[in-house]
Design a protein. Structure first.
Length: 94
């Protein structure tokens, strides 16, 4: 359930940083062409994909790093827990 909430918050906050969110079925080749890949789940909440099929992925584009920070801040506020301590947010776009 938490992963669904995180994904929903990600989609809801995307326009605030200038991104147009969408959901769609994707193919493996779509993944390889993506500028950024994020995975949501109930344990890690939100994680950038660092490698795909053994190939390192580029760092997150700055706008996506801003979105990740916004989602973490939003979820921190919603839960009352400082989730920024769970993430190495400084490393997102270095």
């Amino acid at each position: 359930m938490v992963a669904v909430v995180v994904a929903a918050r990600l989609l809801a906050l995307a326009p605030q940083v200038g991104l147009t969110p969408c959901t769609a079925a994707v193919t493996p080749s779509d993944l390889g062409r993506a500028e950024a890949l994020l995975v949501t789940n109930s344990l890690r909440l939100l994680s950038p994909v660092a490698a795909l099929d053994g190939a390192e992925r580029p760092i997150l584009p700055p706008v996506v790093a801003v979105l990740v920070r916004a989602v973490v801040a939003d979820m921190s506020e919603a839960t009352g827990d400082d989730l920024t301590q769970t993430y190495n947010l400084e490393s997102l776009s270095q």
